[in-house]
Design a protein around this ligand. Structure first.
Ligand code: NAD
Length: 338
């Protein structure tokens, strides 16, 4: 009888807590598998609604090879209006499938897994893409929701400390909430809440975009003349001119040049792709060197294989602890002819 388990958010959180360095290593190994052709990661499918244009649900099917293969699907909703009613924008489940039989064997709460893999990828990129420059000591967050919090947690848990932390959000409530989190985490010496993005960008060596902007709102290339490292997690903040002025690293070229991302707009603007320097895997493998004296922009589209890797880790941890919540007889029609 194929087993089927349900793993709620509290178990997911417990399995991941305090494991930040290990998760960054896992995400790095997964990028290497992906770069080495040992994954299948088709384009994400965007379900959109004519009557609810700001909302979407994305399907990310994927298959991860390597020593412990697993297949699966992340199904993640983004409803930005949720925030006004006091619940997070994103909600998600992750289904893990057995690569031998195809049977689903687990359903995991996945907003935590998704935020975790995104933050681990950002911390990995910050580390690797800054190796040719003085370690950034002034960080700035544009957009300060749940993803910004996870990224800050992952940066500090993997050895980063900052002399100065800049905060900007169009919502004063979000900025205040993030400031409270920073103060409680005691990881920031000096916190400045800005009333616009310009001063934050000009005074940061590491800039994190985690907004829900649908179109570029950062258009002036002179804000970047000090050549910061930019983690462009929300993908649609930068005008094409800023992308074209920068060294661009993506997670996957085909994925990232889609869905109206800033690199996609830059491609449409120029008819070229040569403004992309390479993928994070190219950097990890030493095929691409990242200059220390240019603005570097990391735009990760977000790969389903990362969710699978982190989800399988969580499943195995919960199983090891003996607390796996197996739903007995979930699959019922198991004799073909009755
Ligand atoms: N690339 C990836 O792999 C990946 C993975 C997960 C999430 N994301 C993206 O990260 C972003 C943030 O997600 P979240 O869950 O933290 O959302 P959230 O709704 O919790 O927070 C987003 C914040 O951005 C603010 N904001 C919106 N427009 C802004 C602007 N122009 N300037 C400054 N602030 C602005 C909002 O007020 C809000 O506080 C989303 O765009 C999401 O799609 C990317």
């Amino acid at each position: 009888m194929p087993p089927f388990a349900v793993i709620p958010g509290a178990q997911v959180q417990r399995a991941l807590q305090g494991r930040e360095r290990g998760i960054v290593d896992l995400v790095e190994a997964t990028y290497r598998l992906h770069g080495g052709g040992e994954t299948v990661n088709p384009p994400s499918y965007f379900l959109r609604f004519p009557d609810r244009p700001s909302s979407r649900i994305i399907a990310l099917p994927a298959s991860l090879g390597g020593r412990t293969p697993v297949d699966g699907l992340k199904w993640i909703s983004s409803f930005p209006e949720n925030v006004a009613s006091g619940i997070p924008r994103a909600s998600a489940v992750l289904i893990l499938n057995d690569p031998a039989t195809g049977y689903p064997f687990a359903c995991l709460e996945s907003s935590i897994i998704s935020a975790t893999r995104t933050a681990a990828s950002a911390a990995l990129a910050a580390h690797r893409l800054s190796s040719g420059r003085p370690r950034p000591a002034r960080v700035g967050f544009v957009g300060t929701g749940l993803i910004a919090r996870y990224i800050h947690t992952y940066l500090t848990a993997t050895g980063w400390s900052f002399e100065q932390t800049g905060v900007y959000d169009v919502s004063a409530r979000s900025a205040a909430g993030f400031r409270d989190y920073l103060e409680q985490s005691q990881a920031a010496d000096r916190i400045t809440v800005h009333d616009g993005a310009e001063q934050l960008i000009r005074s940061s060596d590491l800039v994190v975009f985690a907004t829900v902007a649908a179109e570029p709102h950062i258009t002036d290339p002179t804000w970047f003349t000090h050549h910061p490292l930019v983690l462009h997690i929300s993908l649609r903040d930068l005008a094409p001119g800023i992308v074209l002025d920068s060294v661009n690293i993506v997670d996957d070229t085909e994925h990232c040049l889609k869905a109206g991302t800033s690199p996609h707009l830059a491609e449409q603007h120029t008819g070229r792709r040569d403004f992309l320097a390479g993928t994070l895997d190219d950097v990890l493998a030493g095929r691409v060197a990242v200059p220390g004296d240019r603005t570097v922009v990391f735009s990760p589209f977000g790969l389903g294989v990362l969710d699978l890797a982190v989800g399988a880790f969580v499943h195995d941890e919960v199983a090891r602890s003996g607390e796996l919540n197996v739903i007995d007889d979930f699959f019922h029609e198991l004799r073909r002819h009755g």
